[in-house]
Write a protein that binds this ligand. Sequence first.
Ligand SMILES: Cc1ncc(COP(=O)(O)O)c(C=O)c1O
Length: 501
Amino acid sequence: LEDPIRETGPRLAELLKDAVRGDGPLYRLVAHALKQAIDRGEIALGTVLPPERALARSLAVSRATVVAAYDRLKAEGWLESRQGSGTWVRHPDDTSAGGVDAVSTSRLFLANDGRGAPADPTADVSSDSDVIELSVAAVTGTSVIGDAVESLTRSEIDALTAHHGYVPQGLRALRQRVAEHYAAAGLATQADQVIITTGAHQALSLVARQVLHPGDSVLVESPTFPGALDVFRRFGARPIPLPVDEHGARTDIVAELVDRASPAMIYVAPHFHNPTGAVMPLERRHELGTIAAQSDTPVVEDLALADVILEPIDLPPPIAAVCPEATIHTIGSTAKLFWAGLRIGWLRTPEPWATRMLATKTVADLGSPLLSQLIAVRLLDRMSDVQQWRRAQLRPRRDQMCSLLTELLPDWTFRCPAGGLSLWVTLPRGNAEEFADVALRHGVAIVPGPALSVDEGNRRSLRLVYAHSETDIEEGIRRLATAWEAYISTTASRSSARLLV
Ligand SMILES: Cc1ncc(COP(=O)(O)O)c(C=O)c1O
């Protein structure tokens, strides 16, 4: 902290003055507004904030309010203080203090807390709780994986294992399949542009490691896949929210956001966006690619859910095909159509980047598991059969969830997506985080909007995953309906109590 920027009470009060006029506890409003100002870059990392008393005076609030706001941000890792040095702004993920990762803190992996005794190989992954998880956007692998494993021959395995086994770029046969898959979707690809990764998640990390530096901004759809937010924050970058509507990212405001924030990267999921299921139309792909090319901003297009297609639909080509002049890294996965447990994904990168990305992958782990890759080759060979089978499995579940919601929770709003694994639901009132707690007490785990959002936004929305058994969906939505009744009756009694006093 040599020569830090020192924020004054009056200037900070000017930045926060609108926020303190909102609804809710004052300290939360101040904390939230501070966080947003940091996110927008209006308060730089390392800035020393005014003492609590000075900010309280400038904002005309009590000192206790500012103390509580600072405390909350300290607990979340956004502020740090030391006797004699004051309170300064830091990034929550730029030291080991952390603890705010979206994936690990958002009920996504409720059952997978590693508590089971692993004598039985499945003991640490099966839940012994009777909580129904509508929170994890993933499919089971039975029976596709068993079929693929059974189809492997001893001589194939012997041929593979005759090699020493370090193949950082990944099996050529698999890279070839991925290249053919993209070529069929309109994106001409050479096998050497493809690196096999440990899930799409690692592909995202590899790009982030190449492109991002601490303090950089990244334009990210909000809501989005929470793992992406975790990755960007871990690299010290600041996600800037890019709003999403029923057609995906709002490309009409991308130019303005790029102008304002000069992001080091843009991250979008144009095919069956997680969590909304939106498909970005061709014109928007064009608009986004053109802005990226003109501003020289790399884009990551995440196609992890692209193959989970539930309705006949004309999917536009990947953005990399629509705008070849832009730098677009395309990532994909076997996780959502086949099984996440294979941990096989890939990165398709523009030719000039391939060597650097491969070096990064090599440093990361010397290569992804080859037996999983061999299975993935089999699966990609059977892709259209599996897609058909998966559609027959998931479509009734999606429809069941949609009709139960319409019947039991008629004032909740959502769109029925043509692909992907989840519904994005908006509550008519209330707060999704509070409701998620109530739902958990009624035995259902769901992910509230803020866990999937850049700025803790989307407070009235939540994600419901329909990739679960019919029994779980039936019981899960019934429990949600009961939880909702309990929730609104308590909030109604709280607000009428407020009216009375
Ligand atoms: C949009 C998106 N990208 C990437 C991933 C991670 O995929 P993988 O399991 O291949 O790492 C997910 C998983 O939920 C996702 O939804």
